[in-house]
Write a protein that binds this ligand. Sequence first.
Ligand code: NAD
Ligand code: DAU
Length: 337
Amino acid sequence: MKILVTGGAGFIGSNFVYYLLQNSEDDVVCVDALTYAGNLKTLDNALNHPRFKFYKADITDKATMEKIFADEKFDVVVNFAAESHVDRSIVNPTIFLTTNIIGTQILMDLSLKFNVKRYHQVSTDEVYGDLPLERKDLFFTENTPLHTSSPYSSSKAGADLLVQAYYRTYGLPMTISRCSNNYGPYHFPEKLIPLMIKNALENKKLPVYGKGENVRDWLHVSDHCKAIDLIIRKGRIGEVYNVGGHNERSNIEVVKAILKHLGKSEDLITYVEDRKGHDLRYAIDPTKIQSELGWKHTFQFEDGLKQTIEWYLDNQEWVESVTSGEYQHYYEQRYGK
Ligand code: NAD
Ligand code: DAU
């Protein structure tokens, strides 16, 4: 098969590229616009692989994307490309709507035009909104109504609705996965875990929003990649699959675990103004993907976190290269000097 991976120079997309090159015989083509979140250095170990090809292109640029689809004749399209950071969406929603919704529409139009056998949309548990902190018995299932909080999650929910409309109206052979928070190698240091590792290593303050009580359901990125791989090969067309490993932790627990692992003082923690509209708790019910496709998560959070911290310690050069440009400006705007 020939698989298009959009957003393959970002965090999860790059892990998926490596997953496919290691675990399949498929040809892998990556399209990425190389925004602030995408970095070719992330694909260093794929660029010379005989089954890998890279195009720098924007998924909202229809003419360029059409030429790529015509030349490559993909069997499968997996759409990771997105603006993905909630805090940035609160400051500038426009690019989120353009990339996440219009970009999805263009990829689906081209998938129909060039007879792609499966279009897979990588979505998020954030489309379900949040759950109360005190109701530990509640989980998101595939039937939980969409109920979004941020411009980011609204743009992802808008895209999901459009994907489902393309299935019903045009018969697009599609699937959607909605995953909980990922962590692991190549995670851009604007997100909680890599940001806290980076700051702790530099003895900088660790900015925790509000009281640090918000809960996220953490999944190692390799478990997410395995789930997407199963869905594109065996998932039923037209279906949504939730992906999560029942690893709920409050933010403050995560931050303290990072400091403990690095042997740093909790005095580095600073409580800062809360995120606007901050979702309280995410928690996925993964029963459907487990029972239908036999997916299971493999990483326990503590082991995965330890491995991730070690990856960052071993890959300081990568961290420096991805944070040398626009990141500095973003960091000062967001957190002050
Ligand atoms: P990321 O921000 O690390 O990577 C996004 C990639 O998309 C970057 O390489 C960027 O250059 C590229 N991109 C952005 N706009 C583009 C455009 N217009 N054309 C082509 N490429 C473009 O994001 P991520 O964390 O790897 O997330 C990937 C996908 O998974 C997103 O769709 C996100 O919504 C979803 N998701 C993420 C998580 C998570 O915890 N990170 C969890 C669930 C779902
Ligand atoms: O649930 C899946 C989603 O997870 C994905 O769809 C998003 O693309 C991804 O960014 C992530 O969203 P979150 O908003 O949950 O991730 P983030 O790492 O930004 O924040 C995790 C939690 O940590 C959240 O409660 C906010 C908090 N936080 C974050 C940052 C960046 C802080 O307390 N301090 C910070 O500096």
